[in-house]
Design a protein around this ligand. Structure first.
Ligand SMILES: [Zn+2]
Length: 140
């Protein structure tokens, strides 16, 4: 048994967010050799350094915070200055995953979800492992 270190909920959440974000950005750069990505909202192909992991249903909705369909590579402009460019995001999601997936995300938005510190640390571990399996790695 590993010694249990006390981790606060906010620290565990931050670590899970960071690991999940890196997973999403790495995933969405694979077809560009880890160097670029295509913004889900505006469709521009940009250097990976400009990639955020942008949520469609915002991350206050815990049920979709770590949902792989709900989070996609998005340019900083759309994510930070255009309030997510939600019209473009929805269209991009339909093209990437199909309308049924988008409708399901919208339906699951209000589902209650409470994660423990252990759940969050597991999410961190899982996404670190999944990220390591990609062919092309990116910088944090
Ligand atoms: Zn964009």
């Amino acid at each position: 048994m590993k010694a249990k270190k006390q981790v606060s909920r906010s620290t565990a959440m931050r670590r899970a967010d960071r690991a999940f974000s890196l997973y999403i950005r790495t995933r969405d750069s694979q077809k560009f050799g880890g160097r670029q990505f295509q913004c889900i909202s505006c469709g521009r192909i940009l250097p990976i350094e400009q990639c955020d992991a942008g949520h469609y249903v915002n991350r206050q909705h815990q049920s979709l915070r770590f949902n792989e369909f709900n989070v996609n590579g998005q340019c900083r402009h759309c994510n930070r200055f255009d309030e997510g460019n939600m019209m473009g995001y929805r269209q991009g999601l339909i093209e990437k995953h199909g309308e049924i997936v988008v409708k399901r995300l919208e339906a699951e938005k209000r589902r209650p979800m409470k994660r423990t510190v252990g759940d969050l640390l597991l999410i961190e571990r899982v996404y670190k492992e999944l990220t390591a399996k990609f062919t092309y790695q990116i910088k944090k």
